[in-house]
Every structure is written in C-alpha cells, then in structure tokens.
Design a protein around this ligand. Sequence first.
Ligand SMILES: *[C@@H]1O[C@H](CO)[C@@H](O)[C@H](O)[C@H]1NC(C)=O
Ligand SMILES: *[C@@H]1O[C@H](CO)[C@@H](O)[C@H](O)[C@H]1NC(C)=O
Length: 342
Amino acid sequence: MAFNLFVLPGIVVVLGARSSRSWITFREWEWMLSGFQNLEVVTHWGEAYHGYWVTDVNKFNPRFGNAADLKALSKAVHDRGMLLMVDIVVNFAASLSTETSAAALAPQNLTFKKPEHYHPLCLIDYNWQDSVERCWMGDGYVPLMDYNTENAEVQNTLNTMIKNLVTTYGIDGLRIDAAKHVPKPFWTNFCAAAGVFCIGEAYQSDVAPLFPSFLADYQKSKSLDSLLNYAAFFNGVKNAFQVPGRANMKDMAAAMTQYTAQFPDPGVLGNFLSNHDVSRFRSVTASDSVAYNALVWQHLFDGLPITYYGEEQEIKSGSSDPDQRQALWATGMGNYSTTTKT
Ligand SMILES: *[C@@H]1O[C@H](CO)[C@@H](O)[C@H](O)[C@H]1NC(C)=O
Ligand SMILES: *[C@@H]1O[C@H](CO)[C@@H](O)[C@H](O)[C@H]1NC(C)=O
C-alpha cells in the first residue's frame, strides 16, 4: 500500500500518497495542534514536554495554539491534498495525587471530577490483561489516574468529544495512545463516534508466540482498524536490522508469516523502525547499508510505513528518554539542516 505516515511534532510534512491523498500523523498532537490541556507544573520528572500528561480533553494546550490555529492547520494540510491524523490520549488523566475523592478532584484542571469516573487505585500487573485495563500507569510522582471507561458518563463525554473534534477540525484519522490499557468495547464505540480510521498503540516488548494474536484481537473484534506493528518490530525488525545484533533475517521472515496470518487486514498495520517510546533506529543500527535495507522492508512490505521525525535526517542520537523525543530544530539535533537532505 502506498501511503505513508510521517510522524513529526511541530510542522507539516508528508511522504507518499493513497488515492491522491496522503496521511500524516505526529507522535504528540498537542505539539502540532495545540491539543489537550496538560499538567502545567514542574514535577519530579520535569515538565510535560512530551504532551502525554493530559488533564482535560475538552481544552487545548495554550502552549501550542488555539482552536483557530488548529482550523488553519487542518485547512493547510487539506489544501495540500493531505489528510490529518491526531494523537489521542483518553486512557487517563495526569495528576500529582492518587486521591480521587470529590474534594481532591475539584481544584484540579480535569475533565472528570467524580470519584466514579476513575478506576480504584492499583498498580498494573502486566501479566494480567484485566489489570492492564483497570489499574493505573504512572508512579507516585505523577500518577496517571485511570479513567473508568466502563462508566456511561465517561463514555458519553469522550465519544462526544471525539465526534466534535473530528467534525469541527476536519480530522481524518486517530492515533490512539495506550490502546491496550482500555477494554476493547470502549474503542469500538469511540472509533464509531469518531467515524475515521483508528490506529492503536498496544506497546508490548514480549516476543512470545502468542503476541501477534494478542494484537490481532483488536482488529478481529473490530475495536480498532489498525495497530502499530509491534509484532513486526520486536519479533522481526530488531532481530534483522539492529547492528550490532543478530542480523537474523529468518526471524524477520518468521515474524512476517506469523502476523500476516493472524490479522484480518495486515495491509493497514503501521510499520515503524522507531518512535518516541523506543530507541531511535539509527542510534541502534550502526550500518548504513543495513539501515537502508530496513527502509526497503518498511516501504515495500504490506502496511503503512511510519517515518518518525528525524529518520529522514539519519539522526544517530536518541537511544533513550528524553533524547529520542528531542526538539528537532532548537537543539540542532542530528545536525539537522533546513538546507540539506530535505
Ligand atoms: C490549572 O490551570 C491553571 C490555569 O490555567 C494553571 O495556572 C495551573 O498551573 C493548572 N494546574 C495544573 C496542576 O496543571
Ligand atoms: C554532528 O556533526 C558532527 C561533525 O560532523 C559530528 O561529529 C556529530 O556526531 C554530529 N552529531 C549528531 C547528533 O549526529
């Protein structure tokens, strides 16, 4: 399939085309679209530079603009024959407290203010999917208060929010953050309310044989149209193209065969070499020729090639947080140039 997701916070870029139109996305739509309101304090872990500490999905992050800016962006994107995809965070709200009493919630900048809007506090046991869906991410410094997505009021608020967002701003697709932390039936209704293509993030560093079927269940159950292809990434890409590494193309072939059989529609999976949660590809692949081979796989194999910003500059730094999320221009990351390689 010839369409390409270009992940870039802060500016509009596009590669590829499908039906004369192209997709773009960005790892953090607040950066680009003045998205959801974030925690606005300096925490133990610093500021919400990554944009994932959302507090209120009904407010834009004023650091990145306002409603008029988003409309202008959407128009500019569509005027170029491109489509607009946004990153959506609706699994939790960031807080400085684990208290979910009405009194503790009242003074915070939150979408949801009732205790029943949140799951009771518990820490995730990643071996138990029910716990992954109902317990909390984050930590004692910045608890991520898990929305009770089985609650009708929570469902109605989020479904209405996404419907309005998509229609008001002409959004063409959603990249759904932390999809595996929310029960599947929620996504079925949420994506139906949005009425646009939904690609979900179900991050799993597990290489167990059952892993592709875990991912495939989201597509089989029609909860999500597509998944970021962590099956190919962990079972294939890393084994085949990381240098130094195993250089094992057999693993790659096995992973491809295995997941292609599991997904009803493997042709819409998002194939990536890196993103903001894993090491930048060129920071773990020292060989130019192997890196180019990986790009060939990514662009020729069935699926949607996702280009993470900076890959086009062959940025070699960024093996761990926060460097893999660094600003491209301000820091001169990877010797980025606006006059060469562009
Ligand atoms: C809540 O919003 C106010 C007004 O925008 C802001 O000054 C304050 O820092 C916010 N609090 C948090 C914890 O984000
Ligand atoms: C930037 O360029 C210099 C000189 O060519 C090089 O030594 C350095 O590694 C480059 N930095 C990055 C992050 O690629």
